[in-house]
Write a protein that binds this ligand. Structure first.
Ligand code: ATP
Ligand code: MG
Length: 648
């Protein structure tokens, strides 16, 4: 627990407020909104749902709370693709740019999809999917990089009422397979290849390996890179072929507000990823309004959220949120530093990006490259910056503010999770304040607070959400109800939603989120469960058991380190270390590869047999070890101290 954090830092000189211009322009600029919304939070969201979205049928009941199960807008009928595309086209706003796509190869042309283009492609691809046998309720896997076809693909699923489950394109086949199996996906949409640091990544061959033995019946392949791929007769079809043949109108399904819109897998702490369930009406309401108010989207904005679609940030702010608002969003296919460390700044300059939303890990990387790369470009189009994914340190925040934002743009530090569907804690750009390392206040109409172990209010402790829950909250974990109850609800006796993060009170009623209190790492912005990595290492015949913990890393945020216990008779060797590292790389992906493998005789355990990761972590970062008397094998700690060179 982060109990030692300072409650507020009176030395903080860098407290910013919105400029008059920002205030005048912003959708919300009066702090009274917080008070007003809190008077009747259900009524507040009810109003937002009616004003922000077009419903086929109005709901009968606004909010239903049956702890720990929540339902919003019960009985309402709605369709996500209709709201993201059709209604703009009907209102004569179809010529507006919806998606600006920047390919990685600098000489390839930029592609633009207008809302009209999107409308046609969504309808056609929905018809194509239907012809491939996809019905309302069927799950569709999406394993695509950041390319334009992503949008008609996602929205076509929503049009048919077929929940999509997007899997990060840099995941290895095994990680994809686990998710496809759990979701029981019927169809997978992927592509031939894409560019990353100048190389063509053959995604189709990964997909081929992953779908073997799963219930995937059809694989739809987008032609992106034109690389050679094997198409399996009877199973594989080309995206452009099935789309060309299909009709241009597909009636959107009237989905129940509480029908599943998508499943998105987190890394999970038990090794098996959790399938977070998001339903339609509530998620769309929160996506629409948080996109509009937090990023202050106006008609002339170009919004670049750099998150990959494989993460929830990509879902809500590089897809649903901006599209529901008839905004222009920008996506980029490749690596941030390719062909040079100023690629991102060049894109912002050329495309006149106005709102830029990224992760601390990316900013830290650019800090290392040096500000001269930023200074080469005219970033005067920017008016608002955002950050998400992990706590941002003070130096990085100030660099982002001064070097990228020219001291002119507010930074909205948004706290949220896959589970929350949309941002929940932030400073609204027209209200502020903007303080380094401080996220802000709960979004109007939501209540998040800080409690101690017993659930009593405190200034430094566990972050919790107090019901009524925000409408975009998860409705459960797919096929893992017990886990849903345990992970988020049991700790505080079903009174509060517990996100597993710690927090402290900061100035002006703001909250500073101090980070997770569980066992998950965040490497270069990617969520990784220590257990998933351990599973792979443990599967090696030479290994008895292992424990993976993370240690802070200057650029990546965190990096995994593995403690490995070998089978009797097997001796440690550099070869074995290499073998284990490449096993992880191959099974999960390069970001998961441990920085170090420490061969050790044993692991510290509790009496109930649980590995004490807390101690393993303290050993690595030279932090106090604390009490070891409750351990089953305290003597092993002394051995490990020597092994890692502990000096704390
Ligand atoms: P899993 O749930 O599988 O363990 P994860 O929690 O890393 O994975 P996400 O939902 O992508 O998956 O990340 C949400 C977490 O990221 C939050 O719970 C919090 O720990 C951290 N986080 C996100 N935004 C912020 C922020 N602005 N400030 C501090 N921490 C943040
Ligand atoms: Mg989490």
């Amino acid at each position: 627990m982060p109990l030692s954090w300072v409650v507020e830092d009176p030395k903080e000189k860098n407290i910013y407020w919105p400029s008059e211009e920002m205030k005048k322009r912003a959708w919300v600029n009066d702090p009274k909104i917080y008070e007003e919304a809190s008077k009747d939070r259900v009524a507040f969201w009810e109003k937002l749902a009616s004003e922000g979205l077009e419903w086929f049928r109005r709901w009968d009941k606004t909010y239903e709370w049956n702890p720990p199960y929540v339902r919003w807008f019960v009985g309402g009928k709605i369709n996500a693709s209709y709201n993201a595309v059709d209604r703009h086209v009907r209102q004569g706003k179809g010529n507006k740019r919806a998606v600006i796509w920047i390919p990685e190869p600098p000489n390839e042309p930029v592609r633009v999809l207008t809302y009209n283009d999107l409308f046609l492609q969504v309808n056609k691809f929905a018809n194509a999917l239907r012809k491939l046998g996809v019905k309302k309720g069927d799950r569709v896997g999406i394993y695509l990089p950041m390319i334009p076809e992503l949008y008609p693909t996602i929205l076509a699923c929503a049009r048919l009422g077929a929940p999509h489950t997007v899997v990060f394109s840099a995941f290895a086949p095994q990680a994809l397979r686990v998710r496809l199996e759990d979701a029981e996906a019927k169809v997978l949409v992927t592509c031939d290849g894409y560019y990353r640091r100048g190389k063509c990544v053959n995604l189709k061959s990964n997909a081929d390996e992953a779908v073997k033995g799963t219930c995937v019946e059809k694989v739809v392949v987008v032609r992106r890179a034109g690389n050679e791929v094997k198409m399996q007769e009877g199973r594989d079809v080309w995206w452009h072929e099935v789309t060309e043949e299909a009709g241009g109108w597909c009636q959107p399904e009237e989905m129940d507000s509480e029908d599943l819109l998508f499943l998105l897998y987190t890394s999970g702490t038990t090794g098996k990823p959790k399938g977070v369930m998001h339903t339609t009406g509530g998620y769309l309401t929160q996506a629409y309004w948080t996109a509009k108010w937090v990023f202050d989207l106006h008609d002339d904005d170009v919004f670049w959220c750099t998150s990959d679609i494989g993460w929830v940030t990509g879902h809500t702010y590089a897809c649903y949120g901006p599209l529901l608002n008839n905004s222009t969003l920008l996506i980029y296919e490749g690596a941030p530093d390719y062909p040079a460390p100023d690629r991102w700044w060049e894109i912002i300059e050329k495309q006149r990006v106005t709102i830029f939303y990224t992760a601390p890990t990316a900013i830290r990387m650019f800090v290392r490259f040096g500000e001269e790369w930023v200074k080469k470009h005219d970033l005067s189009s920017l008016r608002l910056l955002g950050t998400v994914g992990e706590p941002i340190d003070r130096e990085t925040w100030l660099w982002y503010f001064k070097v990228v934002g020219g001291g002119r743009c507010p930074i909205t530090d948004t706290w949220w999770q896959t589970e929350t569907g949309g941002t929940l804690i932030m400073s609204l750009p027209g209200i502020g304040p903007f303080i380094p390392t401080v996220a802000g206040r709960p979004f109007p109409g939501t209540e998040l607070t800080i409690v101690d172990e017993d659930g009593n209010p405190t200034d430094s402790g566990y972050l919790v959400q107090v019901p009524p829950l925000a409408p975009g909250m998860l409705r459960g974990l797919y096929k893992a109800d017990e886990k849903y109850r345990e992970t988020y609800w049991a700790k505080f006796d079903y009174r509060y939603y517990f996100p597993s993060d710690g927090a402290v009170r900061a100035l002006y009623g703001c909250i500073r989120v101090t980070g997770r209190v569980d066992d998950v790492m965040k490497v270069s912005g990617h969520r990784l469960s220590t257990a998933e990595v351990e599973d792979v290492i443990n599967a090696h015949e030479a290994v008895t058991e292992s424990a993976v913990v993370s240690k802070p890393h200057e650029v990546k945020g965190e990096t995994p380190v593995a403690y490995v216990v070998l089978r009797k008779g097997v001796s440690p060797s550099p070869e074995l270390e290499k073998e284990l590292k490449s096993l992880v790389r191959e099974k999960i992906g390069p970001t998961a590869t441990p920085e170090r493998i420490l061969f050790v005789p044993d692991l510290p355990k509790t009496r109930s047999g649980k590995i004490m990761r807390r101690i393993l972590k303290s050993l690595l970062i030279n932090a106090p070890i604390g009490d070891t008397s409750t351990l089953f094998n305290p003597e092993v700690v002394e051995i490990l101290k020597e092994r890692v060179g502990y000096s704390g």
